[in-house]
Design a protein around this ligand. Sequence first.
Ligand code: UDP
Ligand code: MG
Length: 349
Amino acid sequence: MTKTPAKTTKTSTLTAKPQSDYGLSIVVPVFNEAKGLSGLHERIAEVARFLHSKYELAIEVIYVDDGSADDTSHVARGLPAISLDVQVVTLSRNFGKEAALLAGLDHARLGAVMFMDGDGQHPPSLIETLVKRWLEDGYDVVYTAKAHRENESWARRTMVHWFYWLLNWRARLKIPEDAGDFRLLSPRAADALRQMPERNRFFKGLSSWIGFRQVRVDYEPAAREHGVTTWNFWSLLGLSIEGLTSFSVAPLRVASLLGVVMAASALFFGLWIVGETVLFGEDVPGYPSLVVGLMVLGGVQLMMIGVLGEYIGKLLSEIKGRPVYFVADHALKSADEAEAPAAATDRSE
Ligand code: UDP
Ligand code: MG
C-alpha cells in the first residue's frame, strides 16, 4: 500500500495531480566522475533555484559515490549547498549503478525522486520539463527516452531491439524500448518503488512495473563530458540477462516451445523412417543424421540448462538476502545552514 496524504496542491485543479508541497530528491550515481562534478552541480543548482521560485519546490541532490577510485567523494563533499540540500553517500566499494540508484532512493527525503547520470549525458536543463509533467500534468512516472539512436552501431541497435522484443514477448506489461534511467517518480511512485523487495534490480523495469500514470519525454543525450563509459559489450550483456530474468520468463518459454518443436519433428521423422522401411524397404540412412541429431539435441539441452541456471542463481541470491550495498560515509549539507540569503539573491537571474 502506498501512502498518499490527502492534501491538495496549489498549482492545479486536476484530481490526479501529485502533491507539490513535497520536494524533489535528485539521485546522481557517480563513479569516477570527479572532473565534471562541480560543473554538473552548478547546473543542477541553477535549475533548483528556478524550480524553487516557480513551484516553491524544495530540492535536494544526492550524490552516491559508488566506490570511485578518484576523489569524487571529496569533490562532492566540497560542493556548495546553495538553494538545495546536498547529500553525499559514499558506498563501501563499487556495487554497480543499480545498487547506487537504490542507495540514493533509500536516502531520498523529499518525496518525489529523480534519477540522473553524473556524467553530464542527462542534461539538467531537462529537469524542468520532467517536473512540469509531474506537477502540471499529474504524471507519476516521467521517463526519458533517446530520441535518436543513429549514432550507435547497427549491431548495438539490433541487439537492443531484440532484447526488448524478448523482454516484452507476451508480457502483460511492456517495458518501453529506449527508455533510460533518467526519470522522475512522484512521491507515491517512489514509495511503490521502495516496496519492491528484490535484490537483483533493474530500475527501468521496476519503475515501469509499478504502474500509475506514466509518460515519455524524448531527449538527445549529450556527449559524455569526461572519462569513458563504464559499459562494454559484456557488462551490457550482463545487464540484459539481469533484466530478462528479472522481468520475464520468456527464456523458459522459449525452452519449452523449442522442446515441443523438436519432439514433434523427431516424432514425424521417426514415423517417416518407419513408413519408408515398411513400405519401400529402404535402408535407414546411417550415422551422419544420427550424429547431427544428437549434437542438436545436446546443444539445445545444454543451452536450456544454462537458462535454468540463470533463474536458479537469481533465486539463490534473493534467498541469501544480502544487503544490496553498504554505506561507508554519509554527509548532509542543508541549504538553510549553508545559504546566506544575500548569496542566494546574488546568484538568481
Ligand atoms: N556508475 C556508477 N557505478 C558504476 C558504473 C557507473 O554509479 O559501477 C554511474 C556513472 O558515474 C554515471 C552513470 O552511472 O553517472 C552512468 O554510467 P555510464 O556513463 O558509464 O553509462 P552510459 O551512460 O554509458 O550508459
Ligand atoms: Mg553515460
